[in-house]
Design a protein around this ligand. Structure first.
Ligand SMILES: C[C@@]1(CC(=O)O)c2cc3[nH]c(cc4nc(cc5[nH]c(cc(n2)[C@H]1CCC(=O)O)[C@@](C)(CC(=O)O)[C@@H]5CCC(=O)O)C(CC(=O)O)=C4CCC(=O)O)c(CCC(=O)O)c3CC(=O)O
Ligand SMILES: NC(=O)C1=CN([C@@H]2O[C@H](COP(=O)(O)OP(=O)(O)OC[C@H]3O[C@@H](n4cnc5c(N)ncnc54)[C@H](O)[C@@H]3O)[C@@H](O)[C@H]2O)C=CC1
Length: 213
């Protein structure tokens, strides 16, 4: 198989269908909701966790078996039923409609799968094993979480603003690049890993000032 193409999808307000209402469906629903998706779950039964989300109007639940009409108006689909033939039907129906689909029991049937993700504010680090070992993806994610802690999110907020300022104020391309590179040099990264956010902030400001003068 060829390499996977990684994208970072904006799901805000997009309707996403989850077929199945078990533990795996629940995990996928949580990550879809965190990304602002409008989630519809179709399944004869659902977990207590999903039922609570439905009661709170955080998702729409249609109790019943999957049917092709569930795909109307949908942007992205997750086939998370525990019956192989149901997930296969979902995959086939999505394929003819060119929908983005993840099939949880057979990665070859869908056209995307979900990586393990470290989130630190707007910084995301995704880990994928091409379906060979989701457990390894999880372990590496946990490892990365230790190295890349909360300060990285705070740092990125600041960096985003400063970068815009540099882009606005520094016309010379080489100088601009040098300033931007200085802001994320190896010492900054080491300080962040040690949690020294205040020292990093000071360095950032002086890198910007010295670059401008
Ligand atoms: C192909 C893929 C399709 C997809 O779901 O997108 C898939 C498929 C399958 N997973 C299975 C099992 C487990 N999955 C997890 C956990 C995660 N699984 C996730 C993704 C993926 N799982 C996609 C590949 C991604 C990749 O490889 O990079 C993560 C990363 C993201 C997420 O789901 O949100 C999330 C970790 C999130 C985190 O912790 O950060 C655990 C561990 C646990 O429960 O903690 C176990 C038990 C241990 C084990 O089996 O390794 C089984 C076997 C079922 C059986 O036994 O029959 C299949 C089916 C098969 O392999 O065919
Ligand atoms: N991708 C992943 O990370 C993982 C995938 N799996 C795979 O995912 C599958 C689902 O796992 P669980 O959620 O633990 O199973 P589960 O048994 O808890 O839930 C399956 C759900 O599918 C529903 N369902 C059955 N037929 C349906 C139909 N025709 N239409 C709509 N919904 C239907 C059931 O009502 C139930 O809610 C397993 O078969 C397993 O192979 C398992 C673990 C992790």
């Amino acid at each position: 198989m060829s390499r996977r193409y990684f994208i970072s999808l904006n799901l805000t307000g997009k309707t996403c269908l989850v077929v199945g209402g078990g533990q795996v469906a629940e995990r996928k629903v949580h990550s879809l909701l965190e990304c602002g998706a409008h989630v519809v779950v179709v399944s004869p039964s659902i977990t207590p966790g999903l039922a609570k989300l439905a009661e709170e109007d955080k998702l729409v639940y249609r109790q019943g078996y999957y049917r092709v009409s569930d795909l109307a108006g949908v942007f992205l689909v997750i086939g998370a039923a525990n019956r192989e033939e149901v997930n296969r039907q979902v995959a086939d129906d999505c394929a003819v409609r060119n929908l983005i689909v993840n099939i949880v029991d057979d990665q070859a049937k869908g056209n995307f799968f979900v990586p393990a993700v470290v989130r630190r504010g707007d910084l995301s680090i995704a880990v994928s094993t091409d379906g060979k070992s989701p457990m390894l993806a999880r372990k590496i994610r946990e490892d990365l979480e230790k190295t890349y802690g909360a300060p990285f999110g705070e740092f990125l907020e600041l960096l985003g603003d400063l970068r815009q300022e540099v882009i606005r104020n520094v016309a010379d391309r080489d100088l601009k690049r040098a300033i931007l590179e200085n802001m994320v040099d190896s010492e900054v990264l080491s300080l962040l890993k040690e949690g020294c956010i205040e020292r990093v902030k000071e360095r950032l400001r002086s890198a910007y000032r010295s670059g401008r003068s």
